[in-house]
Unconditional design. Structure first.
Length: 393
């Protein structure tokens, strides 16, 4: 069991380096569209401030190539100021004398938000001297950025090796919730996978299959499974590698004695049709392109969800960002939300779909990770978690 901030003592006046995930979604002109990730971090921040820590918060935003004012953390400092008036300062730098001077002048129970750590290429390289410079800013390291726990970067891994460390409440909750759902599931346990790349989800599917009763597959990756079972898919997304991966998964699920449900009908359009006029079909052939699960598949999936006591869902079941192809994803989101099952939804697109379907509050656990969630579901180790010290019992 990893050490939590609950296990830290004598924080009064201590400099605490908090790696948070404030990678907030933005529109095309750079305006922040959702502050959920900041809100999710508030319990950890409040806990540390109430104990008199000098809180140095580090995060990334987007994928900049060097400095990019459009991806500055400055607007996020303004959001923090709403929750902690008079306690938040912003640093234009990550390392160096200017930052150290600001930290020196901090009062207990205050916050210094650092600039976007990915403005420095050394961050993603986990460059030792850069990690050492970051570590010199603080006495204690806390990682609460579950969304990047699978990254072996300077701020998620390198700094943690150099300081006494712990995880925050958000990270602790993610680990506990997902691990318990896989290791001690409520039955019947239904796992739903969607999205595009079956290769990215093979470990998660096979690991969850050890404890799940039913595996359901939709989205673009479903066409690889259909081809692996001998069905034609028209011009739908599938390639040799993905079909071979699907064949491997099908074989292993058969050996485990697990039930696999794949689409039995589709909402499709004709390749080359710019208007993408839709129609429902049971068999995809010729120039047909599947873009959503059809009504029979929706009912098939819903019937399983009705009986489930636990559901884990990762990945949309169609091209949900297009209104013509969102029915399947939205209907399944609503069925999960209104079911009696304990529900876990992970992955950026799945979470976005649940939000758009207006049933987010009815989901038991919304995971903040994308790649990190998949790796944890797959039973893989996450560097940002593994580097944290074990709790002394």
């Amino acid at each position: 069991m990893k050490r939590s901030i609950r296990d830290l003592v004598n924080l009064e006046g201590k400099r605490v380096f908090l790696r948070a995930d404030f990678n907030l979604p933005m529109d095309k002109v750079g305006r922040i569209t959702d502050t959920t990730r900041v809100i999710n971090e508030l319990p950890t921040i409040r806990y540390l401030l109430q104990r008199g820590a000098k809180l140095i918060i580090c995060s990334h935003l987007g994928r900049p190539k060097g400095f990019d004012f459009r991806l500055s953390m400055w607007p996020i400092s303004l959001i923090l100021m709403k929750y902690f008036p008079g306690k938040v300062q912003f640093s234009e730098k990550i390392i160096g004398p200017q930052v150290k001077e600001q930290i020196e002048n901090m009062s207990n129970g205050s916050i210094l938000l650092l600039e976007n750590v990915r403005f420095y290429k050394e961050e993603e390289e986990n460059e030792p001297n850069f990690a050492k410079e970051l570590a010199s800013l603080a006495d204690i390291y806390v990682n609460d950025a579950f969304g990047v726990a699978h990254r072996k970067h300077a701020s998620t891994f390198g700094v943690a090796r150099l300081l006494p460390n712990a995880i925050g409440f958000l990270m602790e909750n993610e680990i506990k919730t997902i691990s318990e759902a896989i290791e001690n599931p409520k039955r019947p346990f239904v796992a739903i996978f969607g999205g595009a790349k079956v290769q990215d989800k093979i470990k998660a599917i096979l690991n969850i299959a050890k404890s799940a009763d039913v595996i359901m597959v939709g989205g673009a990756m479903a066409y690889s499974f259909l081809m692996a079972k001998g069905f034609t898919v028209g011009r739908s997304m599938a390639n040799t590698e993905s079909v071979q991966t699907a064949e491997k998964i099908i074989k292993e699920l058969d050996e485990m004695g697990k039930r696999l449900l794949i689409p039995i009908d589709h909402v499709a359009y004709m390749f080359g049709d710019k208007k993408e006029k839709t129609f429902v079909v049971e068999t995809l052939s010729g120039e047909m392109v599947g873009a959503d699960i059809g009504p029979q598949t929706i009912k098939l999936f819903e019937d399983e969800i009705k009986e489930a006591r636990q559901v884990i869902w990762n990945g949309p079941l169609g091209k949900y960002e297009d209104p013509k192809f969102q029915e399947g994803t939205f209907q399944i989101a609503k069925r999960i939300a209104h079911s009696q099952a304990y529900s876990i939804v992970g992955g950026g697109d799945s979470v976005s779909a649940v939000k758009q379907a207006r049933c987010m509050r009815m989901i038991n656990h919304i995971s903040t990770g994308g790649g990190a969630t998949l790796k944890l579901l797959g039973g893989e180790s996450l560097p940002g978690i593994e580097v944290i010290q074990e709790k002394y019992i």
